[in-house]
Design a protein. Structure first.
Ligand code: DQA
Length: 151
């Protein structure tokens, strides 16, 4: 059965109360429930993780090898700073999608830089919590096309 890791970086544990005008009022628990419902509708498995620590995110990406077929990553601010996350995604042979709730390109200049986009098959941003469902749909479609990781 196809399995997708949905990995969340720093401060996303505070969704719901963190700058709701930017990130909405949906909590990370609500998002996990939405993702799990979508996954069971499409008969796939998901892992859903969050960490505020860069090294833990690196370890989680490494551990995805052999467990998951693809990674959806909202790396939060580490998107804009972390060569370690870029290298980790590049080191595991798994397709990845970069995800953001907000439209990072409509925000401060430093959010226009992504170190991880170059090792991702695509980027989804600006659709709030629904972006997680868009990313799951996009990853399922990508895996179905990819003979190596076919669903
Ligand atoms: C974010 C965008 C990042 O720039 C920010 O640092 C976050 C959240 C988003 O989901 O919109 O923590 O990844």
């Amino acid at each position: 059965m196809t399995s997708i890791l949905v990995l969340n970086g720093p401060n996303l544990n505070l969704l719901g109360t963190r700058q709701p005008e930017v990130y909405g009022r949906t909590t990370l628990e609500d998002i996990e429930a939405m993702c799990r419902a979508n996954a069971s509708e499409h008969c796939i498995r998901i892992g859903f993780e969050q960490s505020n620590h860069e090294g833990v995110l690196v370890d989680t990406i490494h551990a995805a090898r052999g467990c998951h077929d693809g990674i959806i990553l909202n790396a939060g601010a580490y998107t804009h700073t972390s060569l370690a996350l870029m290298d980790a995604l590049g080191a595991v042979d798994l397709p990845a999608i970069e995800l953001h709730l907000s439209n990072v390109h409509a925000r401060e200049d430093f959010r226009h830089v992504s170190h991880i986009a170059r090792v991702c098959v695509g980027v989804i941003c600006g659709f709030g919590a629904h972006g997680y469902i868009l990313a799951l749909d996009a990853m399922r479609a990508h895996l179905a096309r990819d003979p190596e990781h076919g669903a």
